[in-house]
Design a protein around this ligand. Structure first.
Ligand SMILES: [Zn+2]
Ligand SMILES: [Zn+2]
Length: 263
């Protein structure tokens, strides 16, 4: 499985303003920055976009992506999310004011997008991947995703504070290679992390104890203003198997290949 956290900025930097992952180029998780990819061929390769929740850093360029890849005809991107999130996307984004009502404008022969509801604990198969949504603990209902390509499993808990069900599920998953887990705030803002359903450095470290497995913990979603402070706090804890995500970097979780640096 190849996973890339798409960069939020050009030139590529470690600052993460938005959230989008590409998995094997055909599946996207969240649509924060994907519509900004300079390489339009890469946008065109995306067939399915899983949306974990409706916060703007996760959907910001969904309208731009759909606009960029639209061509007349029956082919279009599939957007998969909890039914409530699909409803919010229609009411608050594709509403004919913020952006054209792509749902009303879509016909079976000529859609701008196709929507598919996700349900917690109901696995769904797309593009050679089995994707299992599970609830996590964020300010709004959010589905973390567990992605299995038959060889490797990689987990994307999305935005969350301390949670349970996600880790209980992963405890029973063989072939788990990596977890992309957030740390949004430094410990000085632990209270803010708690009320907003995010991790600070200490709650992140406590979370690792819930999954007693030898996997790569890849830290994402550091708020740019606090990114250096969080990195310093993590370094001081000297946790095994913890690394900071590198946006634009091709992570490979197969037995065959190694990671590849940005092109
Ligand atoms: Zn969020
Ligand atoms: Zn977020």
């Amino acid at each position: 499985m190849r996973v890339e956290l798409l960069p939020s900025s050009q030139p590529v930097s470690d600052r993460q303003f938005l959230v989008s992952y590409l998995v094997n180029d055909r599946v996207a998780i969240d649509a924060g920055s994907i519509g900004l990819l300079a390489d339009l061929d890469r946008q065109n390769q995306v067939e399915h976009v899983f949306i974990t929740h409706q916060h703007i850093d996760h959907i910001a360029t969904l309208p731009i992506l759909l606009e960029n890849v639209y061509e007349p005809g029956p082919k279009s991107i599939e957007v998969l999310a909890d039914p409530k999130v699909l409803e919010l996307l229609h009411d608050d984004l594709f509403n004919g004011r913020i952006w054209p009502d792509f749902l009303a404008l879509s016909t079976p022969d000529d859609p701008f997008l196709i929507t598919t509801p996700l349900a917690a604990e109901q696995s769904i198969q797309r593009a050679g991947l089995t994707v299992t949504p599970l609830p996590v603990s964020h300010a709004v209902p959010t589905l973390g995703l567990v992605v299995d390509d038959g060889e490797s499993v990689v987990a994307f808990p999305s935005d969350t504070g301390p949670t349970t069900q996600f880790w209980e599920y992963l405890a029973g998953v063989d072939r788990l290679r990596a977890v992309f887990l957030e740390v949004s705030f430094p410990d000085s803002l632990a209270g803010l992390a708690e009320v907003s359903g995010h991790h600070c450095t200490t709650s992140f470290a406590a979370e690792l104890e819930k999954l007693d497995r030898d996997v790569r913990w890849i830290v994402v979603h550091r708020k740019p203003r606090y990114a250096d402070q969080i990195a310093a706090e993590l370094a001081a804890l000297n946790l095994p198997n913890v690394e900071l995500v590198k946006p634009g970097y091709g992570y490979s979780f197969d037995s065959s290949g190694g990671d590849s640096p940005p092109a």
